[in-house]
Design a protein around this ligand. Structure first.
Ligand SMILES: [Zn+2]
Length: 379
């Protein structure tokens, strides 16, 4: 589906992005998809490039197939499409191949790497596999020999992921990127892989709280920006990642590394930066007023996404009304500016939903941005 133009209210977010990262030419979105998914989502090359252009005309992305209905045999057809699209994209895209451990994964991986794939994507929920198998080990060995990263889904819908941590510890030379802030087992990964030399976490999370907690648990040098289109959008994803990074105290150079420098070093096989202690305190002060707003917004986002795609933005309206009520405070304390800004974003979301049911999803992006602002405002 074509990417819908962003409504004017997004200017407040793009203006903030310009402040948080004045030079966005080095941005690389570490997690994007092209093609079609069994769940009905699709994304075309021109749409992905248009979304990256919203960040910067030189912004890049790592890209791989979706859970494509034409994935058999061996994901060959979707992998070939992604390689072809990357070849058409004038260097903007780094293609990864998606592998199914149960379907000739090593042969397909070797074929794609020979054709220029820069990494491997595994989705243990969609492809329904575990990591305690010879097939999973064979993929790790392939990645280790080829010195390419493996990006692994570690988000919604996973059982405990200890077997992946076991495998990572067995192959410490293999670079892993755990997707979605590793929310499926964030505490376990952060603890067990604290000494692992080449573990990275991508930032594609709905809730900024998951991302803030990631900065409280792992080194900032191991966190890479990602937005997961077609499910997320690079502009909103980068806004969230950089707001959280600023909250965590990252300076300009560190934010540039998060936005693209760190993943570029991985793709170029440069040694990882020396990790520093986590940047966010594990116990942190919060504004009660903003916590109420954030709670309602997370309820609203849950209602929108309940039952999986497609998102139905109108389901958020009751919770948005409560969040706006919490923003109307005659005594806002130290967070008056944030409450006002959030209220304006939510008014914009209500208007979009009322107008067209938010077919293009920008209202959903406004709710995410509002929740991110609530979670990251200095108090
Ligand atoms: Zn994804």
């Amino acid at each position: 589906m074509p990417v819908s133009p962003l409504p004017a209210i997004y200017e407040t977010l793009t203006a903030e992005l310009r402040e948080l990262l004045p030079d966005r030419s080095g941005v690389i979105d570490a997690h994007t998809h092209l093609g079609a998914d069994e769940d009905g989502q699709t994304l075309e090359l021109a749409s992905l490039i248009a979304m990256l252009d919203e960040l910067d005309p030189a912004a890049h992305a790592c890209v791989f197939p979706l859970h494509d209905p034409q994935r058999r045999p061996a994901y060959r057809t979707p992998n070939d499409r992604v390689l072809a699209w990357a070849a058409q994209a004038e260097g903007r895209l780094f293609p990864f191949c998606r592998l199914d451990p149960a379907d000739h994964a090593v042969a397909e991986g070797e074929r794609c790497l020979a054709l220029g794939a820069r990494g491997i994507k595994l989705h243990p929920r969609a492809q329904a596999f575990g990591f305690e198998t010879p097939a999973a080990r064979a993929i790790f060995e392939l990645a280790g020999e080829a010195r390419v990263p493996i990006l692994i889904h570690a988000g919604r819908g996973m059982p405990p992921m200890d077997p992946l941590a076991d495998l990572a510890l067995r192959y410490p030379e293999v670079v892993l990127i755990l997707a979605h802030g590793a929310i499926a087992d964030q505490g376990m990964f952060a603890t067990r892989l604290a000494g692992h030399p080449s573990i990275y976490y991508d930032t594609s999370c709905f809730s900024a709280v998951d991302l803030i907690e990631l900065f409280a648990r792992v080194p900032a040098e191991r966190i890479v920006f990602a937005s997961d289109p077609p499910y997320g959008r690079p502009l909103g994803g980068l806004h969230q990642a950089l707001r959280v990074a600023a909250y965590a105290g990252l300076d300009h150079a560190e934010r540039a590394a998060l936005a693209g420098g760190t993943i570029r070093a991985v793709l170029e096989r440069r040694p990882p930066a020396t990790p520093s202690p986590p940047r966010v305190a594990q116990i942190r002060p919060a504004s009660g007023r903003l916590r109420r707003v954030e709670g309602y917004l997370l309820m609203g986002l849950g209602a929108v996404s309940a039952g999986g795609p497609p998102l139905v933005a109108a389901r958020a309206l009751p919770a948005v009304a409560l969040a706006r009520a919490a923003c109307r405070d005659p005594e806002p304390g130290t967070v008056g500016a944030e409450l006002e800004r959030i209220d304006a974003l939510l008014a914009g979301a209500e208007e979009l939903i009322g107008r067209d049911g938010d077919a293009g999803r920008p209202a959903f992006g406004l709710l995410l941005a509002a929740a991110t602002i609530a979670a990251t405002a200095p108090v």
